[in-house]
Design a binder for this molecule. Structure first.
Ligand code: ZN
Ligand code: ZN
Length: 311
C-alpha cells in the first residue's frame, strides 16, 4: 500500500494530477478522460489509473470537503484538474526532490510524492524505437547505426517490468556509502532503469557495449531494458544538460553538459557527481553527471543514503 501520499503524479492522464477527490468527481473525471482520450489512450493504462485512484480513495477517508489546494510542507499547490501542462511542486527545502517529480514524462512512470519519500513505479519500456522490441511492436526498428561494425544483437526481448523505487524526498549524504547493486540503481524520466558500469557475472561490459541498440540500451534475459551509459534518446529530445532521472539515493542525474561545457570524469568526484547549482536547485544540490567514459553514470557507490527498489 502507498504510504499516505500527499500528491500523486499520474502521467497517463491529461491533468497529471489525482488527489483525494470525492468519488463523484473522480468518476466524472474518468468518464471525461475516457470520452476525450479513448482514441489515444492505452486501455491498460486507463485501468491502472482507475485502480490507482481507488487506492488513493481508500486512503482518503470520507472527507467531502476536499480543498482545491493541498499543503505540502508549508507550500500551497493549486490543483488544475484539466490542465495539460504539468506544474512542478514548489520547493519546500533546498534539497526537495519533489520539484522535479513532474519531469518524469513517460506514460509508464507514476511518481507519488509522500511526506519524506518519492515512490516511482516504472515499466522500463523505452518510448523510443529499438530492435529489442518484438517485431510486431510499433516501436520495433532494425538497428541502423553504421558506426559500429562490431554490433551484435543479444538474444533478449524487451518486457514490461514492474519496478517500484522508494527514494528519499530529501536526499542526504551517506556516512557509509553503499555499493550500487547489480540491477536497477536508478530510474530515468522515460521509465527506463539505470544499471551500473558492471556487466552480469562472467560478462565484460566493454564487450556488451556492442549489443546496445541505437539509443544505447539493451534488455537482460528477463526483458529488463536498461541504460549503462548516456541515454542518447533523452539527450537528443531534451538537450545535453537535461535532468535525466534519479539514482536510488534520491540525487538527480544530469546530462554531460553544464553551462555549455562538456564534463569529463576529471570534473567529478569518485561517486561521479559534484555539488552545485542546477536548473532546478538554485541553492545548489549534489548531483551526478553522465559522461562519455567509464563509469558513465556512477562511480560504483552511492553518494547518498540509498532507498529501495522492488520488482
Ligand atoms: Zn546491461
Ligand atoms: Zn553539475
Amino acid at each position: 500500500m502507498l504510504e499516505q501520499p500527499e500528491l500523486i503524479y499520474l502521467n497517463s492522464v491529461p491533468s497529471k494530477y489525482l488527489l483525494c477527490l470525492d468519488l463523484s468527481k473522480l468518476i466524472k473525471y474518468h468518464l471525461t478522460t475516457i470520452a476525450n482520450r479513448a482514441m489515444k489512450m492505452n486501455r491498460l493504462i486507463l485501468l491502472a489509473s482507475l485502480i490507482f485512484s481507488s487506492i488513493m480513495l481508500s486512503n482518503c477517508g470520507d472527507d467531502d470537503n476536499t480543498p482545491d489546494t493541498v499543503t505540502i510542507q508549508g507550500s500551497q499547490v493549486t490543483i488544475a484538474e484539466d490542465s495539460s501542462t504539468l506544474e512542478c511542486l514548489p520547493s519546500s527545502a533546498p534539497n526537495d526532490i519533489a520539484v522535479i517529480a513532474c519531469l518524469f514524462y513517460d506514460e509508464s512512470v507514476v511518481v507519488v510524492v509522500g511526506e519524506t519519500s518519492l515512490k516511482i513505479t516504472a515499466s522500463s519500456e523505452p518510448d523510443h524505437k529499438s530492435m529489442y522490441y518484438e517485431t510486431t511492436n510499433a516501436l520495433y526498428e532494425d538497428y541502423n547505426e553504421d558506426d559500429n561494425e562490431d554490433f551484435y544483437k543479444n538474444p533478449n526481448t524487451i518486457a514490461s517490468m514492474n519496478y517500484t523505487f522508494t527514494l528519499p524526498r530529501f536526499p542526504e549524504m551517506s556516512a557509509n556509502n553503499e555499493d550500487t547493486p547489480f540491477g536497477p540503481m536508478g530510474v530515468s524520466i522515460n521509465s527506463v532503469v539505470f544499471y551500473n558500469q558492471v556487466a552480469a557475472p562472467g560478462d565484460d561490459i566493454l564487450e556488451e557495449l556492442n549489443t546496445f541498440d541505437q539509443y544505447e540500451g539493451h534488455p537482460t534475459n528477463t526483458g529488463s531494458y536498461h541504460y549503462h551509459t548516456e541515454p542518447t534518446w533523452l539527450t537528443e529530445i531534451k538537450g545535453d544538460s537535461t535532468f535525466l532521472g534519479l539514482l536510488l539515493d534520491g540525487f538527480p542525474v544530469y546530462g554531460p553538459v553544464e553551462s555549455g561545457v562538456t564534463l569529463t570524469n576529471d570534473d567529478l568526484d569518485d561517486y561521479h557527481g559534484h555539488t552545485g547549482v542546477t536548473a532546478h536547485f538554485p541553492e545548489g544540490i549534489y548531483h551526478y553527471h553522465i559522461t562519455a567514459d567509464l563509469p558513465w553514470i556512477n562511480g560504483g557507490e552511492f553518494y547518498g543514503v540509498a532507498g529501495k527498489v522492488t520488482q
